[in-house]
Design a protein around this ligand. Structure first.
Ligand code: AHG
Ligand code: MN
Ligand code: MN
Ligand code: MN
Length: 337
């Protein structure tokens, strides 16, 4: 080894965004790029605090509850503050919807974008050092948008979405409307997200399922029927699926994106509207899945991205992942229509 094979021409997130904007939007103002810079700052900062949580006494509960009824962890509150301040600081954002804020946040100025976010997804896992993430979606605002209802838009209206998973490394997955899904890894020494997973495609099928099986007592008949069909398959050579459930949607979705399979959080008799929230959990993830060649649907079998929430914290049941796997879910659901 001559030692000369060090990669010196790599694609940072900044370079990627600059090249994409030049390719796709000749007359771009640069506002979107600046917004993405603020996003990456928030990811780096949140990653920094998560990694130091046990050293800085940032574990445990904050003592407050959010609009969804979740007990907030200290890091939920810190992550939320980091995210909101980054969005405020870039000057290009007018509205933020956050899981941790009951009301829509409005910034002064003439920002053209609304950003929806789950600052820390999977926060019940934080104190055990398990992977968590930040989920985001970006909408370009119509003129005159001024109130929470104006942000209650279907996922099809998002111009970009994605998430960062804080795992063994910080992995950013980003997709733009109608575009590819690209994965970046934070090089902590450089402080840069580097394009490491260009054009991510989800495998067409894979026998892995991811669901909180502890809720099965409350499942409706079609849900039970579907999961039984993959756990007790019929036929001499049929093999049951493997189960994988982390309990951080970002981590479960990232694995599903990489390996294929299906992630579900169904609505059930205990939570008739499901658990995951449409604007900042379901829709951004659905866009990533679809743009990677997968699918995302609701309990009624409709396309997740077309669901219009009535309120900013509204929830839905969700099934997402490999196209071939979601088609199997639909086949079972259709028997009940
Ligand atoms: P959050 O931590 O942002 O409130 O989200 C929690 C979500 C999601 O991360 C995960 O998929 C799901 O809740 C886990 O719920 P259960 O503990 O009910 O399985
Ligand atoms: Mn929560
Ligand atoms: Mn979440
Ligand atoms: Mn959260």
């Amino acid at each position: 080894d001559s030692g000369t094979e060090v990669q010196t021409d790599f694609i940072t997130l900044t370079r990627f965004l600059t090249e994409e904007q030049a390719r796709l939007h000749e007359h771009a103002t640069g506002d979107f790029t600046l917004l993405c810079h603020a996003l990456q700052l928030s990811f780096k900062t949140i990653a920094y605090f998560i990694r130091r949580a046990s050293l800085r006494n940032l574990m445990g509960l904050a003592g407050s509850t959010n609009d969804s009824g979740d007990s907030q962890k200290k890091l939920d509150v810190i992550g939320n503050d980091i995210f909101i301040n980054a969005m405020k600081g870039c000057g290009k954002v007018k509205f933020v919807v956050s899981e941790e804020e009951e009301e829509l946040i409005t910034f002064p100025g003439d920002g053209k974008y609304a950003v929806v976010c789950d600052p820390i997804d999977g926060s019940s896992n934080l104190d055990a050092g398990v992977s968590v993430g930040t989920i985001f979606g970006i909408f370009k605002l119509a003129d005159g948008a001024s109130k929470a209802e104006d942000i209650c838009l279907p996922g099809t209206e998002m111009v970009a979405s994605g998430f960062t998973m804080y795992g063994a490394s910080a992995n950013l997955v980003l997709t733009m409307k109608g575009g590819a899904v690209n994965g970046f890894t934070l090089d902590t020494a450089l402080g840069e997200f580097i394009l490491t997973h260009p054009d991510m495609r989800i495998p067409h099928s894979r026998s892995i399922y991811s669901v909180n099986e502890g809720n099965s007592l409350y499942w409706t008949e079609p849900v039970r029927k579907y999961f039984d069909s993959i756990k007790y398959p019929e036929g001499p050579d049929a093999k049951p699926y493997s189960a994988r459930y982390i309990g951080s949607m970002v981590a479960d979705a990232y694995r599903t994106l990489c390996y294929g399979g299906l992630f579900a959080y169904p609505a059930d008799k205990k939570s008739p509207k499901g658990k995951l929230r449409i604007l900042y959990e379901c829709a951004p993830m659905a866009m990533v899945m679809e743009n990677a060649g997968g699918m995302a649907i609701t309990d009624s079998g409709s396309r997740m991205l077309e669901v219009v929430p009535e309120k900013i914290h509204d929830r839905s049941g969700i099934y997402m992942g490999s196209k071939g796997e979601i088609e199997k879910v639909l086949k079972v659901f259709n028997e009940y229509q």
